[in-house]
Design a protein around this ligand. Structure first.
Ligand SMILES: C[S@@+](CC[C@H](N)C(=O)[O-])C[C@H]1O[C@@H](n2cnc3c(N)ncnc32)[C@H](O)[C@@H]1O
Length: 298
């Protein structure tokens, strides 16, 4: 007998998200789970690991991407790696490698009490996470939840999730972070439609090199940031040969008008790098207010 199949509201949302992603030819957002065999932790040979010492008592160990078995990478990510391409816009956005502004922002949040306090019990989004060092640090510093987002699924499955399990859920070494993790691959526009979650803190490093993505990125920040939330964005002042840079990004923020910014840290030792603190200028629009808005203890 013929029966109508009724979809739950989540399933309907998923179908329309898929349709919108396909229509705009963007990488569709997919939620990934930690595989069963990694939930109690993972062993990684010491010679495959690098260590980032963020402060005297907080460090993160992470996979050296040069040691990744090639069979773990597929298609365009593998060919980008084999051709030593740092990134191929819209295909591989560079997440296998750790970019230097990650270390600037990691040190800032681990060393400055103002930020370590903010991270306690906060909901955190590591946007364009790559190896996930910033989100892992947030988990180690007491965040209540950490969402890791990267463009490429291969980056999350082969690097981010493994790094997370090594640092934050290793039963053998008695390491169990209290943070609730989640992992999403795909384009920012599709991620924006996929979940309704709002965050106290959004950490993002080296994500503003491509001016064509500024509108998408600013819309995403506006749709994911809580009323009293803060975005910490680490980037180079200029991306030579690519076109983007912090002053252009500030201009895009100002043209949009909803988010304010200030330089929280800068360094001109070598390539000039900065960290922007971004907050709501005024009341967030109704769409962002629709979810429960909680305040972060200051
Ligand atoms: C240069 S990598 C930086 C990785 C990491 N944050 C770091 O500092 O090491 C840029 C990251 O931005 C993300 N990204 C860039 N464009 C994106 C887009 N259109 N949609 C989703 N993510 C994007 C990718 O996830 C990629 O890992």
């Amino acid at each position: 007998m013929f029966e109508f199949a009724f979809l739950s509201s989540d399933a309907v949302e998923d179908v329309s998200n898929r349709a919108a992603a396909a229509a705009s030819n963007e990488q569709e957002c997919v939620e990934l789970q930690i595989p069963e065999d990694l939930r109690q932790g993972i062993d990684i040979e010491p010679d495959r690991l690098h260590v980032f010492v963020a402060s005297l008592d907080t460090q993160v160990e992470y996979l050296n991407c040069l040691t990744l078995p090639q069979e773990d990478l597929s298609g365009q990510v593998l060919s980008a790696e084999m051709n030593h391409s740092d990134l191929i816009p819209g295909v591989y956005e560079g997440g296998l490698k750790v970019w230097e502004c990650t270390f600037d922002l990691g040190e800032l949040i681990a060393e400055q009490e103002r930020y370590t306090k903010l991270l306690k019990n906060a909901s955190v989004l590591d946007l364009g996470c790559g190896s996930g060092i910033l989100g892992i640090l947030a988990a180690k510093l007491g965040a209540a939840s950490v969402c890791f987002q990267d463009y490429n699924r291969e980056v999350l499955t082969n690097v981010t999730i493994k790094n997370y399990c090594f640092n934050c859920c290793n039963e053998k070494n008695d390491i169990q972070s209290q943070a609730k993790p989640s992992f999403y691959s795909g384009d920012w526009a599709s991620f924006g439609r996929k979940t309704q979650e709002l965050y106290d803190i959004i950490l993002t490093s080296e994500t503003i090199y491509d001016t064509r993505n500024y509108g998408k990125l600013i819309n995403l920040l506006k749709s994911k940031l809580k009323r009293n939330g803060v975005v910490l964005l680490a980037a180079k002042t200029y991306y030579f040969g690519v076109g983007g840079g912090l002053r252009q990004f500030e201009q895009a923020l100002e043209a949009d008008g909803m988010l304010g910014h200030r330089v929280a840290w800068e360094c001109d030792n070598g390539v000039r790098r900065e960290i922007l603190e971004i907050r709501w200028n005024a009341e967030p629009p109704a769409t962002a207010e629709a979810a429960v808005v909680e305040t972060v203890e200051k």
